[in-house]
Design a protein around this ligand. Structure first.
Ligand code: NAD
Length: 312
């Protein structure tokens, strides 16, 4: 069989990193993003620009989709100029966007009607010391996959270009379900770590001291060591994974909880905190910005720690 021609729709933070890996592995890529500058950035990496998601589908056998939210996925997949309008029967679409399971199932059904294979395959994690976008850059992420098992088998060589682990979780929507649960945990880990480091700073304890100590205590987590710590150390609050996206994921988890009759008390708290950050103009920042946001509420800067004066 001839080499599959590969395409990518969505060239944001994740899409740009994937474009580089796909071009390096396959020598060619057809790409599209609504924002011309992002499309040009991918062309700069060696991609061929399409004029629409439909154009990507017309030119490719395998299409990756990396879009921000359910409306974007529905529009880019089902719209007039969307992927399904241009895809031939037998095309495979691997959607790494984080969306709700109902959206995944809706797109899966529309794709199946056209003979197109569709997987929900959202991503997370990475190598030790390189979670999130660092994991995407290192091509060490994990995929959580829902869809048809034979399509999952066919997708593995493509997944292997971008990541190190893939989990088949069941029919369409199950990848999205597990991803929302994963991000529910990650977003809360982030807020808990932020609150703890603000409390530490207010008590006169440097972030570096807490990181060193917590590496050997029950406070240790993958989030702390592999995402929060590297970013806090290098004072890196550029996304990464934006507050807007984290808020979206908690909102989608909240909807899923309601559908299933599961109270999600802590998730709903996270919705409120990330919403407050967005209302403060911080939606475009990386979610670890929460350590500065919560610090601001406390009048404490974790980078300006003063030892308490015990002399009086
Ligand atoms: P992003 O906002 O940086 O990029 C999304 C891109 O999609 C933008 O360039 C935007 O212009 C484009 N876009 C929006 N609607 C479009 C449409 N209809 N047609 C074509 N292009 C369109 O987001 P990101 O950080 O790259 O994340 C992408 C997805 O991956 C999200 O669902 C996110 O939740 C998930 N994710 C991101 C990370 C991360 O670390 N950034 C990690 C895991 C999962």
């Amino acid at each position: 069989m001839a080499t599959e021609r590969i395409g990518l729709v969505g060239l944001g933070v994740i899409g740009q990193l994937y474009a580089g890996h796909l071009i390096a592995a396959r020598g060619a890529l057809v790409a599209y993003d609504l924002v011309p500058e992002r499309l040009q950035a991918a062309v700069g990496l060696g991609a061929t620009a399409a004029t629409s998601a439909k154009g990507v589908a017309e030119a490719c056998d395998v299409i990756l989709v990396a879009l921000p939210n359910p409306p974007a996925v529905l529009s880019a997949m089902l719209g007039e100029d969307g992927v399904l309008a241009g895809a031939r029967s037998g095309t495979m679409v691997i959607d790494v966007s984080t969306v709700d399971p109902d959206t995944s199932r809706q797109v899966y059904a529309a794709a199946r009607d056209r003979g197109v294979d569709y997987l929900d395959a959202p991503v997370s994690g990475g190598a030790p010391g390189g979670a999130g976008t660092d994991g995407a850059r290192a091509a060490t992420i994990s995929f959580m996959v829902g869809g048809d098992p034979d399509v999952f088998e066919r997708a593995k060589p493509t997944l292997a270009i971008l990541g190190k682990r893939w989990f088949y979780l069941g029919p369409s929507g199950m990848g999205s379900t597990v991803k929302l649960i994963s991000n529910l945990m990650a977003g809360l880990h982030n807020l808990v770590a932020s609150e703890a480091f603000v409390l530490g700073a207010a008590a006169g304890i440097e972030p570096e001291t807490l990181l060193e100590v917590f590496d050997g205590t029950d406070a240790k987590s993958f989030w702390l060591t592999d995402y929060f710590a590297p970013r806090v150390r290098r004072r890196d609050f550029k996304p990464g994974f934006s507050v807007d996206l984290q808020y979206k994921d908690h909102r989608l988890a909240s909807d899923l909880g309601r559908q299933l009759g599961v109270p999600l008390l802590f998730n709903d708290l996270a919705v409120g905190v990330y919403q407050a950050m967005r209302a403060s103009g911080l939606g475009d920042y990386d979610l670890v910005e929460s350590v500065r946001f919560l610090g601001g509420l406390a009048g404490t800067d974790i980078y300006e720690v003063r030892r308490p004066d015990r002399s009086t």
